[in-house]
Write a protein that binds this ligand. Structure first.
Ligand code: HGY
Ligand code: MN
Ligand code: MN
Length: 431
């Protein structure tokens, strides 16, 4: 198994100019945050707008026409030899989780722009167009859904999400208007399958596998599906000093038992099931008041859709039993469900050939993290390239990619682009 040293040796032949440009821009974009001491850039915030303007400028510098689409995605196009040809779409997202790392999402957008800029510097045009897209809401932090940008492009955006409200009670509809977009015009972001030859995303692995294999890049086989639920337990608020324990309907104690049950169920599952409660809020939220109402989120994932759906059903039954025994009212809704998205074999082959040509071993691995390809698969075949990240850390400020690996990922992506062979019969088609 060639180590990254070989890749590093290959890199030694390169001046890592792509990697240096990428790291510089990751840091510049990573400084745009709604918080001074951490990175948080959520959908339709003024910080997301500032980030969009920065990225659109980079796209234009790289020789692309660039615009903000109807839902806030940043879109760049580098024409092929003939204007109007179908495109190889490259992308990722430019929103972040709260207290995020600066590589999750932006690495894919910035690397794609760097590849187009390299072609443009050389005056190289290809038999197809290249489009670079930065999706505006992959993480789904602000509104109880996710993949909003890529779903709008895929034509699968659910209009009902426009009425969901964020933590401050602002509806997505009103947030779009404040961002300068028209909520009734989101359909304009949709693209047709005939316009895309494929969708290709470069992304950090967000896991420890490539590091354990001592490899800088990998070929993604599939993107694991996910189910997100919103739970609300309602009991009875009361005086912390006077209500006997036996008479309480403590919503937070009930939620704690549910969370313990979810963890225990996933820990003892033999099939690699993962379950996470990432957000909880207790009301009224005073030290000396028994919590009367608690809201929390649940995120469940597994290697197959069947396994995940069975697990979700089991967990729901356990939560219902706990609520009943504790005389708590339960409201439990699925807020987001994404099926597992397989990467297309013909794209995996072309990525593998590019990795081998760059002097690294070819290694395939699944993605436990969700990506925009789960939405884009409705209008194009999907391919993904993973780049090693230190310690597999992600969704954390310590998320980090070494310069050599950022450069290696860019060189692999550039090679895929320049050697890209559309599927039979698609090459010369017009949009
Ligand atoms: O949640 C995920 O897997 C992705 O990072 N949005
Ligand atoms: Mn993420
Ligand atoms: Mn991501």
């Amino acid at each position: 198994m060639e180590s990254s040293t070989e890749m590093g040796a290959a890199t030694a032949v390169h001046d890592a100019s792509l990697g240096k440009e990428i790291v510089r821009r990751i840091n510049e974009l990573g400084a745009i945050s709604e918080e001074t001491d951490k990175l948080t850039r959520i959908y339709l915030s003024k910080e997301l707008r500032a980030a969009a303007d920065l990225i659109l400028g980079w796209m234009r510098e790289a020789g692309m026409s660039a615009h903000l689409d109807a839902i806030g995605n940043v879109c760049g196009r580098y024409e092929g030899e003939r204007p109007g040809a179908p495109c190889l779409m490259l992308g990722s997202h430019y929103d972040t989780v709260r207290d995020a790392g600066k590589w999750d999402g932006p690495l894919g957008v910035i690397t794609a722009i760097a590849c187009v800029a390299d072609l443009n510097r050389r005056g190289k045009r290809l038999p197809f167009a290249i489009e670079v897209i930065g999706f505006a809401d992959e993480e789904g932090v602000r509104f109880a859904s996710t993949l909003l940008g890529s779903r709008a492009v895929a034509g699968t955006f659910d209009e009902s999400v426009l009425n969901t409200r964020d933590r401050d009670g602002v509806s997505m509809r009103d947030a779009l208007v404040a961002f300068g977009l028209d909520p009734d015009h989101i359909g304009a972001a949709a693209r047709a399958r005939r316009e895309l030859l494929a969708y290709l995303e470069l992304h950090i692995e967000q896991g420890p596998v490539l590091e354990a294999q001592n490899l800088p890049v990998g070929v993604v086989t599939a993107i694991a599906g996910a189910t997100r639920l919103a739970a609300r337990l309602t009991g009875m608020a009361g005086h912390a000093g006077t209500v006997p324990m036996a008479l309480r309907r403590d919503a937070l104690a009930g939620a704690a038992e549910c969370i313990g049950a979810i963890e225990q169920f996933c820990r003892t599952d033999a099939g690699g099931l993962v379950g996470t409660v990432g957000y909880i809020q207790a009301r009224p939220g005073a030290t000396n008041v028994i919590p009367g109402e608690v809201s929390f989120t649940i995120d469940m994932r597994a290697a197959t859709d069947m396994h995940r759906k069975r697990a979700v059903a089991d967990v729901v039954r356990q939560i219902e039993a706990i609520a009943k025994r504790r005389h708590l009212a339960l409201q439990l809704d699925v807020t987001h469900e994404n099926r597992t998205a397989p990467c297309a074999p013909w794209l995996k082959d072309q990525i593998a050939q590019a990795i081998a040509a760059e002097g690294a071993s070819v290694f395939e691995l699944p993605s436990g993290a969700g990506h925009d390809g789960m939405a884009m698969i409705d209008i194009a075949d999907v391919g993904m390239i993973f780049v090693r990240c230190r310690g597999g850390i992600s969704h954390h400020p310590d998320e980090h990619v070494e310069l050599a690996d950022a450069d290696a990922g860019a060189r692999v992506l550039l090679r895929v682009i320049e050697n890209f062979r559309p599927q039979e019969g698609r090459a010369g088609a017009n949009c």
